[in-house]
Design a protein around this ligand. Structure first.
Ligand SMILES: [Zn+2]
Length: 126
């Protein structure tokens, strides 16, 4: 499957829901692919939809109520599914098994190791 990128058109987007998030303003939106395509056309790209999502953001570039700042915060709108290869809405058991670091040698022992007792040197009857 082809990973979606910001130039992916809606008709090529592989999943049912398109998710939008912002790093700063905590806005988020999930939209059904079918309703996005009906409203904006099947050839709309993710980049165009992100621009629309950014529109009401207080941090967006060119907001007239904020003074322009060269190094100020900009809207952090993004699509979490850009670059993803597996559907975002599958429950974990359907994702299949995946390899993780470590293995049996990393496991903790079931019983504590025997305590090593020290002997006193020189005897006890002094
Ligand atoms: Zn934002």
């Amino acid at each position: 499957m082809k990973q979606p990128n910001d130039q992916t058109e809606l008709r090529d987007f592989p999943w049912v829901v398109v998710r939008f998030r912002c790093h700063y303003c905590r806005r988020s939106g999930d939209a059904r692919l079918a309703s996005l395509a009906w409203r904006y056309g099947a050839h709309a790209t993710l980049a165009q939809l992100l621009a629309l999502f950014r529109e009401p953001c207080p941090w967006r570039h060119g907001n007239p109520t904020r003074k322009p700042q060269k190094y100020g915060m900009k809207c952090g709108a993004y699509c979490p599914d850009i670059g993803r290869t597996s559907p975002p809405d599958w429950p974990p058991p359907m994702m299949g098994l995946s390899l993780i670091e470590g293995g049996k040698t990393d496991m903790l022992p079931a019983e504590p190791a025997p305590i090593e007792r020290r002997r006193r040197v020189g005897g006890d009857d002094v």
